[in-house]
Design a protein around this ligand. Structure first.
Ligand code: GLU
Length: 511
């Protein structure tokens, strides 16, 4: 019987979880679920200087929001714990003792300065910086004496001259020459294992069958394979998934989606829609479907169908938001950010489909939570939740995110539709306004449209009958029906109001 599929996501808690990491987590999760396996979460916090508990907390919160819940992990526990590397130092030590005893690894007493000098001279010569092996053959007794005397040291793996082949489920066969790697550090002078070393031991101890991670780690893989060989361990199956780039085809920047996953939660995306969107970043199901439920994803996902070419994250801030290319979304208020986001994205298209298709009872509480960010709407939700829910059932087809709902409510709940003074009043005072309004009213009375398309057509016909075009047509109708120059897309608003309300509003504003 073949061994069970076990995957893992192994974040380093030194920052936010953004879309790159979240997609890696999702692919590992889906791959395990699609094959009846287990998905493990391991926190890789051996970089003492950069790891923080706060970052770990945010990463876990992001994963929880997405519903990427592990079968084993720091909070869940499990048979192969602990699941935080800083709590596994004793385990690494056992392996290191074995490697040292077998002469497959050795202590290196190079100082920082020595290492820097080596790096500098390689740089000058234009050659790769490969360790020159100066402590590779230090007699054992001498090394022991120096350790006893308290000299700082790291531990290096002895690397011979061999070809290392990575058989990758996504990238295919990739060959590396170990001579370009040289003897490398597996235990740092602070006693902590390096990433490459800990990862190999943990993947093995945790019985990980598939390592799915970003292609940026492909260059680490030969080192990991060399460690596997030295320890006599079986290799997992590797799958290095393609890079995610921004709409400018470059590495994600702050203006192009390299922000915390929690941001997307706060902007009103549904976790299911976000997962669906992420799943399509580099993977395409056999049947070509794009809109997939969580259950579909769990059933269909196959890492072997992932593409090698970079995938594009089409979330970006338009030029209206922020200034410099690398403007920090953190520096922007949520409102500024919302205004600056490009609306015509696949993520929005998918989120809208989810909002439309979801069970109303399931999503209404979340929608109500978003509405309640506005004081007046919060009161309205408390006072008449049924009415507010009913409105939501009508407006939801127009929403890309939950956050788009509030303007609809503000418009629909207006007690009185009054003509705003200034520009709006001027628009209605123009001589060509009256015929447009009369024509539109007449058409609405006769055709009684109920859909956005029907109202678009009615507006167009009013234009045909009166000769009014563009602003003279649409702005006139907008002001006549809302009293204001700005607001929701008219066909959508009209469809929700229905013909009678549209006519009654026009009579309130324009007589
Ligand atoms: N801790 C590594 C990272 O966050 C994990 C790499 C791996 O999956 O092996 O990039």
């Amino acid at each position: 019987m073949s061994s069970p599929i076990r995957t893992r996501f192994a974040p380093s808690p030194s920052g936010f979880l953004h879309v790159g990491g979240a997609r890696t987590a999702l692919f590992n999760y889906l791959y395990a679920k699609a094959r009846g396996g287990q998905y493990v979460l391991r926190v890789e916090d051996t970089d003492q200087a950069r790891s923080t508990r706060e970052s770990e907390r945010m990463i876990l919160e992001s994963l929880n929001w997405l519903g990427i819940v592990p079968d084993e992990g720091p909070d869940e526990g499990g048979p192969y714990g602990p699941y935080r590397q800083s709590e596994r130092l004793d385990i690494y030590k056992k392996y290191t003792t074995k490697l040292l005893e077998e002469g497959l690894a050795y202590p290196c007493f190079c100082t920082e300065e020595e290492l820097e000098q080596m790096q500098e001279s390689s740089r000058k010569l234009g050659i790769p910086n490969i360790y020159d092996g100066r402590y590779a053959n230090l007699p054992k007794e001498e090394a022991e004496a120096r350790i006893k005397a308290g000299d700082p040291y790291s531990i290096r793996l002895r690397v011979g001259a061999e070809e290392v082949v990575v058989n990758d489920l996504v990238q295919g066969k990739v060959k590396f020459d170990s001579r370009l790697i040289g003897d490398f550090i597996i235990v740092k002078s602070d006693g902590f294992p390096t990433y490459n070393y800990a990862v190999v031991i943990d993947d093995n101890e945790m019985k990980i069958s598939h390592v799915i991670r970003g292609v940026g780690h492909l260059s680490n893989t030969p080192r990991q394979i060399l460690i596997h060989r030295a320890l006599g361990l079986d290799l997992p199956q590797y799958a290095h998934i393609s890079e995610i780039v921004g709409t400018d085809k470059k590495k994600l920047s702050k203006r192009r989606g390299a922000t915390s996953i929690l941001f997307f939660r706060d902007l009103g995306y549904l976790p299911e829609a976000f997962n669906n969107y992420m799943a399509l970043l580099g993977w395409y199901p056999e049947d070509g479907a794009e809109f997939m439920s969580s259950a579909d994803l769990k059933r269909k996902f196959d890492v072997a169908r992932c593409s090698k070419s970079p995938s594009m994250f089409d979330f970006f801030l338009t030029d209206k938001g922020g200034d410099a290319e690398d403007a920090k979304p953190e520096g922007m208020t949520l409102d500024e950010l919302k205004k600056a986001i490009n609306k015509k994205t696949k993520l929005n298209w998918l989120n809208n489909k989810y909002i439309r298709a979801a069970d109303l009872d399931e999503i209404w509480p979340e929608a109500a939570r978003f509405l309640s960010r506005d004081k007046e709407l919060a009161d309205a939700v408390k006072k008449d939740p049924d009415k507010m829910r009913k409105i939501f059932s009508e407006v939801r087809i127009y929403l890309d995110t939950f956050d788009d709902a509030a303007p609809f409510y503000r418009e629909l709940l207006k007690q009185k539709i009054a003509l705003e003074p200034g520009e709006a009043a001027e628009v209605l005072a123009l001589p060509e306004a009256k015929p447009v309004i009369e024509a539109f009213k007449q058409i609405v009375k006769e055709t009684r449209p109920t859909t956005p398309e029907g109202f678009s057509e009615a507006m167009k016909q009013a234009g045909v009958q009166t000769g009014a075009k563009g602003r003279a047509l649409f702005m006139t109708i907008r002001v006549a029906a809302t009293g204001s120059m700005t607001g929701l897309e008219l066909p959508n608003l009209f469809a929700i109001l229905g013909p009678d309300q549209v006519l009654s509003r026009i009579s309130q504003v324009a007589g």
